[in-house]
Design a protein around this ligand. Structure first.
Ligand SMILES: *Cc1c(COP(=O)(O)O)cnc(C)c1O
Length: 387
């Protein structure tokens, strides 16, 4: 049979190759220390689960409105207002099956064939694939490790063309943990306004920040910035709800309407009883998030300290999310070879940097236990002595 050209060109995930190898090793009875997780290792807090269970028992098992339950959209608008100082109406919110789905919808609704999207690199590996599926073209804006992997107004200006429609801004970021400072955000905002570029602000890790750094919503910078920003967030990372599949956007009405129509013919509304869990997440306070963040903070401190004390390893200090992207360039191996050798020799599973746009780095997630981090780092240190 013949396949759709765009879809068959989607790059298969290199990440999956390593994680399936790690799983096979574990199945053979070998000890595996995995730093590959892309999701928090905590269970969803009880009050959230209880709300979904209650909703199920209460018969909330039918279709929800295509854009999500109005109670949930209102709770999201309130949350964005209270915590992020953003003035969205509930009608400007669309709930989808995870923030990944939200992002997918945005590119499908926004891009025309050949439209360019600026993607700071290293990047989250799904962005370019989504842009490609939507018929757009990714333009990578390289950010050097020596610059903390941050793009600047100047580097964005060097990449902009008359076809540039949007910029994806992911702060705090996956795979680096970069958090842009308010002054840096302002410079990026000036770029967007001067060049008439929309900003897709993926703020999924917003609550996972450390050492008291601020991570304001991009849309909160000014009215002009608000008008050209699509705020994206979700429940997966902050509330450890990855399997619930709930994410959302808030943004300009024309986009909301387009996505509402798109969703009405594709997925329809997200799972109804899950949305009741999400309402409880937003209304239950952020104490549970703070507890998870404290655990991440302790792991981050330890892992960072271990990495930067290993010979030949460099590492940008992450200020948010739960990833680090250490540089392995001095070992003269590409990231996939490095990850495969490390796994085979020590049972330590890391994700190669290549699919994130950097072949001189590996990604370590610290969404794993402190015991895994300790033993994993001992083993990686031993491995490095031998190469
Ligand atoms: C995990 C993640 C998402 C989306 O997660 P969902 O589970 O689909 O809500 C979006 N952006 C980044 C950068 C992520 O790491």
């Amino acid at each position: 049979m013949t396949l759709n050209e765009t879809i068959s060109a989607i790059a298969p995930s290199v990440t999956l190759a390593i994680t399936s190898k790690a799983k096979a090793m574990a199945a053979e009875g070998r000890e595996v220390f995995s730093f590959a997780a892309g999701e928090p290792d905590f269970d969803t807090p009880d009050h959230i689960k209880e709300a979904a269970i209650h909703a199920l028992r209460d018969g909330k098992t039918k279709y929800s409105p295509g854009v999500g339950l109005s109670e949930l959209r209102a709770a999201i608008a309130t949350d964005l207002n209270v915590y992020n100082g953003l003035d969205y109406e509930a009608s400007q919110v669309v709930v989808s099956d995870g923030a990944k789905h939200t992002l997918f919808n945005i590119f499908m609704a926004m891009l025309q064939p050949g439209d360019e999207v600026l993607i700071p690199s290293p990047y989250w590996l799904s962005y370019p694939e989504m842009v490609r599926i939507a018929g757009g073209k990714s333009v990578f804006v390289e950010a050097a490790e020596s610059d903390g992997f941050k793009v600047t107004k100047a580097s964005l200006e060097a990449a902009v063309t008359p076809k540039t429609r949007a910029l994806i801004l992911n702060s705090p970021s996956n795979p680096i943990g970069t958090v842009y400072e308010p002054a840096e955000l302002k410079a990026i905002a000036a770029f967007a306004c001067e060049n008439d570029v929309m900003v897709v602000a993926d703020e999924i890790y917003q609550q996972m920040v450390y050492d008291g750094v601020a991570s304001p919503s991009f849309a909160s910078l000014s009215q002009e910035v608000y008008d050209r920003t699509i705020t994206v967030n979700g429940f997966s990372k902050a509330y450890s709800m990855t399997g619930w599949r709930l994410g959302y956007l808030a943004g300009p009405m024309p986009l909301v309407k387009a996505i509402s129509a798109l969703q009405s013919h594709s997925t329809s509304g997200p799972t109804t009883f899950a949305q009741y869990g999400a309402i409880a997440a937003l209304q239950g306070g952020r104490e549970c998030v703070a507890q998870m963040r404290d655990a991440f903070a302790a792991r981050r401190a330890y892992l960072y300290d271990r990495l930067v004390n290993m010979p030949g390893i460099t590492c940008v200090k992450p200020m948010g999310a739960f990833y680090m992207l250490p540089g392995i360039g001095s070992y003269g191996m590409d990231s996939l070879t490095y990850a495969e050798k490390l796994l085979k020799a020590t049972g330590v599973a890391v994700v190669p940097g290549k699919p994130f746009g950097t072949d001189a780095n590996i990604r370590l997630s610290y969404a794993c236990s402190m015991a895994t981090i300790r033993e994993g780092m001992d083993r990686m240190e031993g491995f490095l002595k031998g190469v």
